[in-house]
Design a protein around this ligand. Sequence first.
Ligand code: ZN
Length: 88
Amino acid sequence: MSPHAGAAEIPEQRVRDLWTRLTRQMRDGVAEGAIRTLRPGVKRGRRSAPHWVYKHEGTACLRCAARIRAEELQGRRLYWCPGCQVVP
Ligand SMILES: [Zn+2]
C-alpha cells in the first residue's frame, strides 16, 4: 500500500491483514534477531540485506521492476516502490 495513504483511506480488512502480517514478521524477527522482508535464501543484488526495499533506493523492485525511491517522511527515511505501493 502507498506510504502516503492516510489512515482513514485504508479499508478495515487491509488494516487487519497488515496487522496479521506485521505481527508475524515481528515474531519471526525476534526469533531470528532481525526483521526480514525477503524469504530466507532470497538475495537482493550483491548485498545480503534481507529487505525488499529498505536501503535499495534506485534499484529495481523485485516484483515490478520500478525504481525504489527514498524520501524523508516525518523526519525518517522512507523507502518504497512507486509501482507496487500505489493504492491503500
Ligand atoms: Zn514494485
